[in-house]
Design a protein around this ligand. Structure first.
Ligand code: GDP
Ligand code: ZN
Length: 322
């Protein structure tokens, strides 16, 4: 008997995949049908972690007899990494993400707000909801109370949820676990912010730095995987939380974005821009600009406005002369 079913890609090791019928976590191997692999595509990987795929399989699926992926279903969103600024090739990091958690710390490594703002814009462009996780709050509460307050103000005013966590004191960990429930969550952050510690705090069975999915017997020799999904084991099946662990998202080439579009990915600017006298308005030199007014009133923070100006400038720099 041939089964023809739909499952989610939880691991991508080049041409070999692991699938599961989420929210159930029962992994089985799959390969791509040769014809599909040849399909013209400017992405280096036509299938990514998080993709829903249709597969065919015999009754018994094992590493000698994997399922065959025959179709990738439409994605609700996806996150891409461009190979270089000039090349058209891209790599899909993950698909169908319910929530992206951008993990940051104020120090060690020191945060660069302009960099965070680029990532927030990137997620906006790809239609991925974002929560900011400010980790290591145990440190700031002793040493950097003002900086903590400042960060919280800037980003909550901008319309983002800021969750404060500490893997040392446990602050915010239960809330993060609740937020992750019944969702596919993407965790991203620069090295050193405490991403692995957070994943471990959510579920002590997980250890991103050491243990990968413990299905070595199923995956044969194809063990390297750039991105994979984890499953929190301390929840009921219906509530299952899935985490895709990725290294830091880098703000992508802004030349993909129309200049006039950039400010629409700053929620606090978008919400007042209708009141600008001119349309389109770059919110730089135009008279009666509602965004500039909001900056003066403190409703749009100077830091965020500066990030915006930086992106505009960079955009001009990269754009070929017309
Ligand atoms: P990753 O590179 O983002 O995965 O970061 P790690 O989880 O390896 O953590 C980097 C360093 O930060 C380690 O020395 C951790 O012990 C430390 N760290 C992680 N979370 C916290 C926290 O909440 N508070 C403090 N003070 N240190 C933390
Ligand atoms: Zn304006």
């Amino acid at each position: 008997m041939i089964e023809n079913k739909i499952a989610t890609v939880v691991k991508n090791a080049g041409s070999h995949f692991m699938l599961s019928h989420l929210p159930k976590w029962e992994l089985f191997p799959a390969v791509l049908r040769g014809k599909m692999r040849l399909k013209a595509n400017d992405s280096t990987n036509p299938i990514a972690v998080g993709d829903l795929v249709r597969y065919e399989a015999d009754n018994e699926i094992n590493s000698e007899n994997p399922a065959t992926i025959v179709e990738v279903l439409d994605r609700k969103n996806h996150l891409i990494r461009k190979s270089t600024n000039l090349s058209k090739q891209s790599h899909v990091i993950a698909a169908n993400i319910d929530m992206a958690y951008i993990i940051v710390s104020l120090y060690f490594p020191e945060i660069k707000l302009a960099f965070l703002d680029r990532i927030l814009v990137t997620c906006g462009v790809y239609g991925i909801p974002v929560t900011i996780v400010l980790n290591k709050v145990d440190l700031y509460k002793e040493e950097a109370v003002e900086e903590l307050e400042n960060f919280r103000n800037i980003y909550t005013k901008a319309g983002y949820k800021v969750l404060e966590t500490s893997t040392k004191t446990g602050e915010g960990i239960d809330e993060l676990r609740q937020l992750c429930k019944a969702k596919v969550n993407l965790f991203s952050g620069e090295s050193g912010v405490g991403k692995s510690s957070l994943i471990k705090a959510l579920d002590s069975n997980l250890d991103p730095k050491v243990g990968k999915i413990s299905t070595a017997h199923l995956q044969g020799r194809h063990t390297t995987s750039l991105y994979e999904m984890y499953h929190l084991t301390n929840m009921s099946v219906e509530d299952s939380a899935f985490i895709i662990d990725t290294p830091g998202i880098r703000g992508f080439g802004l030349h993909d974005l129309e200049k006039a579009e950039i400010s629409t990915y700053f929620p606090e600017m978008l919400s007042v821009a209708d009141d600008c006298k001119f349309s389109p308005c770059s919110h730089t030199h135009e008279p009666k600009c509602a965004v500039k007014q909001a900056v003066e009133l403190g409703n749009v923070s100077a830091e965020r406005y500066n990030s915006y100006l930086g992106m505009l400038e960079e955009d001009t720099k990269f754009r070929p002369a017309q």
